[in-house]
Design a protein. Structure first.
Length: 221
């Protein structure tokens, strides 16, 4: 009976995250002050999901939880535009921890095709963004290099090994890269209608899939 109850807790928790995330996205679109509460709450729930349902016998799970903690810190900093550089630093640390997590699952993997595709994207994107970055040109460049590294290792996991966890990770890193690309473009280059909806949807979709991957790993022992 306990196992049956536990089986249904994960979907219920997932639905709760979805509802809170949708509230945050709507409140952000409306410019309501409650967004300041619902944004970090969504990330907190995703972090709790990984803590409660993740396979803690894996170093990967522990690294993901730590990375999600830094995502939460980054979210809090980004609620105030004047703390943007600190938010950038928090997310940079999160990406490094995610990368270490991916490496802990399959070792550091080298694959030319995804690397070439990511480098073409990164160089093209940065070249178009560079003129608008001003004093943040170098910090953004370092951040871009780190998220490309994370994306590369996440995609390589799926190319090297099948399985639901690795598929979730590959989708997640692509979503995270896209989310950050849209965020930077809207902030530094050209904001557009609905950019906040795109950024939040892909960001929370990404970290939720990573959290979900910690629960779909086969239990050790």
């Amino acid at each position: 009976m306990q196992r049956l109850q536990w089986k249904y807790r994960q979907p219920a928790f997932s639905w709760a995250i979805l509802v809170v995330a949708l509230c945050a996205i709507l409140l952000n679109a409306l410019g309501h002050q409650l967004y300041l509460f619902f944004k970090p709450l969504t990330t907190i729930l995703i972090l709790l999901f990984a803590i409660v349902f993740g396979q803690r016998g894996y170093r990967y799970c522990r690294l993901v939880c730590l990375a999600l903690g830094f995502c939460l810190v980054g979210d809090l900093f980004l609620l105030n535009g004047s703390y943007f550089i600190w938010g950038l630093l928090a997310f940079l640390i999160a990406h490094l921890l995610f990368t270490l997590g991916f490496v802990s699952l399959g070792g550091f993997t080298f694959s030319w095709r995804p690397l070439a595709a990511l480098l073409v994207f990164g160089v093209t994107y940065y070249a178009n963004l560079y003129g608008s970055l001003k004093g943040l040109a170098y910090p953004v460049l370092v951040y871009l290099a780190v998220i490309l590294l994370m994306s590369w290792q996440g995609i390589n996991l799926r190319l090297r090994t099948g399985g639901i966890s690795y598929t979730l990770i590959a989708i997640a890193v692509i979503l995270f890269l896209f989310s950050d690309a849209v965020l930077a473009w809207a902030r530094f280059k050209s904001p557009f209608w609905g950019d906040g909806v795109v950024v939040l949807t892909t960001y929370w979709g990404s970290i939720f899939l990573i959290a979900l991957s910690t629960s779909s790993l086969k239990a050790r022992g």
